[in-house]
Write a protein that binds this ligand. Sequence first.
Ligand code: SAM
Ligand code: CA
Length: 245
Amino acid sequence: MATNGEGEQNLRHQEVGHKSLLQSDALYQYILETSVYPREPEAMKELREVTAKHPWNIMTTSADEGQFLNMLLKLINAKNTMEIGVYTGYSLLATALALPDDGKILAMDINRDNFEIGLPIIEKAGVAHKIDFREGPALPALDKMIEDGKHHGSFDFIFVDADKDNYINYHKRLIDLVKVGGLIGYDNTLWNGSVVAPPDAPMRKYVRYYRDFVLELNKALAADPRIEICMLPVGDGITLCRRVC
Ligand code: SAM
Ligand code: CA
């Protein structure tokens, strides 16, 4: 097979300048073992291990994405943030550890029990005071925030990791709540790789169900002139949206 000057197979990637290196599970494991696990805060390790024993552990944010979020929040000096979809709190803890002592996270989830699995670890880490957890569906809560007018343009960062069929509805509201220059991160925008699977490919039921919503979201974000976007192949894909107007 033909190779280019750097030894890559020409047929593998077709876009000019394509330099994706993540070719194997072994390479992902290398990232975890070389860069992520050695620097993972003790509390995040403990929460990751507790979450691994929970039956719904497939929902948790991966350790490499946790490290990414923590770094990103520090880079943008985030102080006032929101998270939609908490589960046991791994991404929440990554966020809480990155914020200054007077930083705030408005955290929403329909399930408080799972948040309470992680809460003792978050408390032990000394960052629980930054978290305002609200139990309940996020959409009506966002509507209320828009209605009362106090939160417009007030969030530095919003992480969306909940019901994928509502992401478009969240976006319609969050674009008003995030500040100009602030970021919204939509998680799982590569949706198990299913975004490029043929419609008749075998897929788990939940993957198939949400796939069209993720495809719609990705199209809508790419066409939205109010934001700049960057889709990163970290975890299951995260699309960062920077509000520009
Ligand atoms: N960010 C979490 C972490 O790091 O472990 C993972 C979140 S998990 C993928 C999705 C969460 O969204 C679940 O805990 C679920 O209860 C929550 N959820 C589902 N529908 C919701 C809704 N309408 N409003 C708020 N939370 C919702
Ligand atoms: Ca996720």
